[in-house]
Design a protein around this ligand. Structure first.
Ligand code: PLP
Length: 370
């Protein structure tokens, strides 16, 4: 169909930058340095400077950032980690991969973890709190840090969707012991394959992460610990360094797009907009609304050539992977998670969408409810 509005546009992105990116990649082809390397070092420095954090360790994915992060915090078999049930599966998978048990805390209407419920879920076994800054919106980090300090439980932030997001003027990912980011092609700062990174102000943890990502090798032939293969490719880092220069513009455009949605949809009572609060600076990795008759609306928009998405259609405890592994949990206290999951809908917000297209999307939504 012509004039389809899709909610991502990766082809357009690479088209615009092909010439310059290919020239940089060509240099790497000539250097023969494919794994780790100068571009990776450069990327780590850029992220440190941008976030104002002491260390960044470039990895092969956001998932590995979470797994290594938990491992570095000493999370092990039988420990409990508190996390929301509405995230992408990787947050909980990372907890399971280190042998720990995910304990779900409910979220608020804005999809982010409810600090009040975190505190309720703490037991003697709780060894970490993993908030997820879903959609590029910050969690309530002051409240979460208070709980973390009170019970002496470290925070590991899943900031996979939230590079550049701020909470009270401080970047998310820099509040906890460790912040984990993804540079998957669908994220706002994206590679052309898998990539991720973790950040920390703890030099010791960073050093151990650098060793762990590379087979546990400290120096050539000297292996300190049994490690992993979790390094970033020089080629991916090269693309990320190039795209990093545009990150601020991408965030600006996405924020502008969100403003347009807020303006056009503000009088619609069938829709709840998740407005930005004064202490938030959201980067709109996704733009999520809560909609009446969500499934019908989604189908209607699709017919009109507007592609939307649901992040995510199933709560993690509803997934087979979870059910096969863990006993059935009572979900009575996960009320908001369950309620909003029937209503969440992700509208296109990417940097290539035009103001006119957003108006068209909003007009169709208004028409649907009439
Ligand atoms: C994308 C994502 C991840 C995983 O990142 P990958 O780089 O794909 O491994 C983890 N958590 C959340 C919330 C994500 O959106």
């Amino acid at each position: 169909m012509v004039n389809k509005i899709s909610y991502v546009n990766l082809i357009q992105q690479i088209k615009n930058e092909k010439k310059q990116v290919f020239r940089s990649l060509d240099k790497i082809f000539s250097s023969g340095q494919f794994i780790l390397g100068d571009e990776v070092d450069k990327f780590e420095k850029k992220i440190c400077k941008f976030l104002g954090v002491r260390n960044c360790v470039a990895l092969n994915s956001g998932t590995d950032a979470l797994v290594l992060g938990l491992y570095l915090l000493g999370i092990k078999k039988g420990d409990e980690v508190i996390t929301p049930p509405n995230s992408f599966i990787a947050s909980t998978a990372a907890i399971v991969h280190v042998g720990a048990v995910p304990i779900f805390a409910d979220v608020k209407n804005d999809q982010n973890i409810d600090p009040y419920d975190i505190e309720k879920k703490i037991t003697k076994k709780t060894k970490a709190i993993m908030p997820v800054h879903l959609s590029g919106r910050s969690c309530e980090m002051n409240e979460i840090k208070k709980i973390s300090n009170k019970y002496k439980i470290p925070v590991i932030e899943d900031a996979a969707q939230a590079i550049g997001t701020k909470y009270r003027n401080k970047f998310v990912g820099t509040f906890g012991e460790i912040g984990c980011f993804s540079a998957h092609p669908l994220k706002n700062l994206n590679a052309i394959g898998d990539a991720g990174y973790l950040v920390t102000n703890n030099d010791k943890l960073a050093k151990r992460a650098t060793i762990l990502r590379n087979h546990g090798i400290q120096k050539r032939n000297k292996v300190l610990t049994f490690g992993y293969v979790s390094r970033m490719d020089n080629l991916q880092a090269c693309v990320l360094n190039f795209r990093f220069n545009n990150l601020k513009n991408i965030i600006k455009k996405r924020r502008l797009n969100a403003t347009l949605y807020f303006r056009h949809l503000k009088n619609l009572k069938n829709i709840q907009l998740l407005k930005e609060r004064s202490h938030e600076f959201n980067t709109y990795h996704t733009f999520v609304i809560l909609a009446d008759e969500r499934d019908k609306l989604k189908k209607y928009l699709e017919k009109k050539g507007i592609l939307t998405a649901i992040h995510y259609p199933y709560l993690i405890f509803e997934q087979t992977a979870y059910k096969k592994r863990f006993k059935r949990i009572s979900t009575n206290d996960l009320k908001v998670s369950k309620k909003i999951n029937q209503r969440i809908l992700t509208l296109p917000v990417n940097q290539f969408i035009t103001a006119r297209q957003i108006r068209k999307i909003c007009n169709e939504i208004i028409k649907f409810y009439k």
